[in-house]
Design a protein around this ligand. Structure first.
Ligand SMILES: [Ca+2]
Ligand SMILES: [Ca+2]
Length: 174
């Protein structure tokens, strides 16, 4: 019986917990080596954009930890699917975890929408943060998703985002 009890202990062969990338900069640089498991810009910090860039390329769903602070999301010019410009393009499942809607803010500063969740992204979860200041001339002022997965907001606020395209006006009129 003792031997059986020992044998029933779960093996350690299950996959390790998904990596968490902790953002430590309010900069907007990308990660020059995405997919190596390390979130680092060319100057060695981890920006929100670099963390998303790394998580997009690294296989599996990672968590981006976004401590209290205000993080600019968008860099000019807007309306780009280049990871280095415009909104933050999400192409893989991930969680972007804030420290609370009152303390962690992603701010579009009116440059572009904040997040674009692409068709291949799968499930994206956005707990405990505020998404504000997004603007887009067509659609998705705050978040645009074309993913078949879910975009889940939990205890998060979406404030002061606007889109001004015809589709948005039609949607609003309904
Ligand atoms: Ca990297
Ligand atoms: Ca990933």
């Amino acid at each position: 019986m003792l031997a059986l009890a020992v044998a029933s202990i779960p093996s350690a062969g299950t996959s390790a917990a998904a990596a968490a990338f902790v953002v430590n900069s309010t900069g907007t640089a990308t990660d020059p080596r995405p997919g190596d498991g390390v979130c680092a810009t060319s100057t060695g910090v981890c920006t929100l954009r670099a963390a998303i860039h790394e998580s997009n390329v690294l296989v599996g769903a990672q968590t981006v930890e976004l401590p209290a602070g205000t993080y600019p999301s968008s860099t000019p010019p807007g309306s780009s699917n280049d990871i280095g410009k415009g909104d933050l393009d999400i192409t893989d499942g991930m969680t972007i975890n804030g420290a609370g809607a009152g303390s962690t803010v992603i701010d579009g500063r009116g440059v572009d929408r904040l997040l674009e969740v692409h068709p291949e992204a799968g499930d994206v979860t956005l707990p405990d943060l505020t998404l504000r200041g997004g603007s887009h001339p067509e659609s998705g002022g705050g978040i645009l998703t074309t993913s078949g997965g879910g975009v889940t907001l939990a205890r998060s606020l979406v404030l002061d985002n606007q889109a001004t395209g015809p589709g948005e006006r039609r949607a609003t009129a309904r």
